[in-house]
Design a protein around this ligand. Structure first.
Ligand code: SF4
Ligand code: SF4
Length: 432
């Protein structure tokens, strides 16, 4: 099997297995910019202005340093990577470092010039996120007309050049009727398609994006009615979820072990959504940050009120220190939405395995969470919502890179990103 035959997840997993014995920064994601030409209803970016972002030279220097430390796999993402006019220069520099490169894009700015560049120097993978299958749906989900037409053209540019394109979607409520159709559309073109239902809180603490989440019942219905998806979950559940290893540490994923993230402002983190133990790469080198403060997150203990650390289903759950911090203000917080989904999903899987009693227990727990129960002492999603509206571009589309000169007014900019933990909003629950 060649690397081109591997799926994104298989490739990531094999990298982690090989590097598991040593703490090497094998896999990185680099958010080149927060600028974007769309304004999606679920987006977690609070400030699209691009202020204080890394220069071309700074990005190239960080890429070189990461390569020197052993990084072999690099994801270039945003925002929208093609909102940077210097994208071709950054991309070619990254290629020269020998990375296996994956690109995430919304596809709407991809033209023949970029397609030809990618054809000449192919990446390992390219993923476009689809926000519908028509210009009408795109208007609802991204705020701009005519965007599906642009994506459709970009898909053709990729297919004509036989580039390794795959498509993905967020199974949020505004797309409830379109996920099946998207899947059929991709199948008709011979393109791999995947979707998930994860919608985070915004980086400035606003919970506004969570308004468009699908209900837990609908999320699990996707699992139940899609045989391929169901089998993937079952495989994962058998392999990674049972038996669970309870931990006294905050982190139970691989962030900061063999993977890292760099923000548009040059902060080195263990994970893109966890702004703790960050290191300023403008002030020092990659090596110093990786082997210094960034790694220390791994030895941070879970707080006494962290009800998720001993949970037997935590490997199945999308609640993690990062999503908890975004939604509750603390990396030790508890998120009822994910708790309900996880217990409903586990019930479905246990039923398939033939453990009806366990399935009933999990389903009863999901119902309890749905009815408003909260674990004693848990930190809950914010009672007070920080719903600062995301800045909307009055020009009707286009960022600086696509020719739009209208900057968002400073007064409309939201507050700074979360960098502190908020005091617990303790639940008066009845115990777990
Ligand atoms: S494409 Fe949508 S979700 Fe992605 S960065 Fe732009 S606005 Fe956010
Ligand atoms: S949110 Fe619920 S299911 Fe998820 S890890 Fe915490 S206790 Fe477990």
């Amino acid at each position: 099997m060649t690397v081109q035959d591997l799926t994104y997840n298989e490739f990531g997993a094999s990298l982690m297995r090989e590097g598991g014995g040593s703490r090497l920064p094998l896999s990185g994601s680099f958010e080149l910019t927060f600028k974007c030409n769309l304004r999606c209803v679920h987006c977690y970016i609070p400030d699209f202005s691009g202020r204080n972002e890394l220069s071309t030279g700074e990005i190239k220097r960080i890429l070189s340093e990461a390569a020197d430390e052993g990084c072999v796999w690099m994801l270039l993402t945003g925002g929208e990577i093609l909102c940077r006019g210097d994208f071709p220069e950054i991309y070619l520099h990254a290629k020269r470092q020998g990375f296996l490169l994956t690109l995430f894009s919304n596809g709407t700015l991809l033209d023949e010039r970029i397609a030809d560049l990618l054809a000449e120097y192919p990446p390992f993978g390219i993923e476009f996120t689809l926000y519908g299958l028509s210009d009408e749906t795109y208007l609802k989900t991204t705020g701009f007309p005519g965007r599906f037409t642009r994506v459709r053209r970009a898909i053709d540019l990729m297919l004509e050049r036989r580039l390794p394109l795959s498509l993905k979607a967020v199974a949020m409520e505004p797309l409830a009727g379109e996920i099946d159709r998207m899947s059929a559309f991709c199948e008709s073109l011979g393109i791999r398609f995947r979707y998930d239902a994860i919608v985070h809180g915004r980086l400035d603490g606003s919970l506004k994006p969570t308004d468009v989440r699908s209900t837990p019942e609908r999320v699990v219905e996707y699992d139940a009615t899609d045989p391929e998806r169901f089998n993937e979950w079952l495989k994962f559940y058998r392999r990674f979820v049972k038996p669970t290893r309870p931990t006294t540490y905050l982190m139970s994923c691989g962030a900061g072990v063999n993977s890292f993230h760099v923000t548009p402002q040059g902060t080195l983190l263990s994970c893109e959504a966890l702004p703790l133990n960050g290191y300023d790469l403008r002030a020092g080198g990659f090596r110093e940050g990786w082997y210094g403060i960034v790694g220390e997150i791994r030895s941070r203990p879970a707080a006494e009120f962290n009800v998720c650390a001993p949970c037997e289903l935590k490997a199945l759950c999308d609640r993690c220190p990062a999503t908890a911090l975004l939604e509750t203000g603390s990396p030790d917080g508890w998120i009822p939405y994910y708790c309900e989904i996880t217990h409903r999903r586990a019930a479905l899987l246990e039923e398939e395995i033939g453990h009806q009693e366990t399935a009933d227990r999990y389903r009863a727990h999901a119902e309890k969470v749905k009815s408003g129960w909260t674990p004693r002492g848990a930190i809950l999603p914010r009672a007070v919502r920080l719903d600062v509206p995301a800045p909307v571009c009055g020009a009707g589309g286009g960022c600086a890179a696509s020719g739009c000169g209208k900057a968002v007014s400073p007064a409309a900019r939201p507050t700074k990103l979360i960098q502190i933990e908020h005091p617990p909003a303790v639940a008066g629950g009845t115990g777990r």
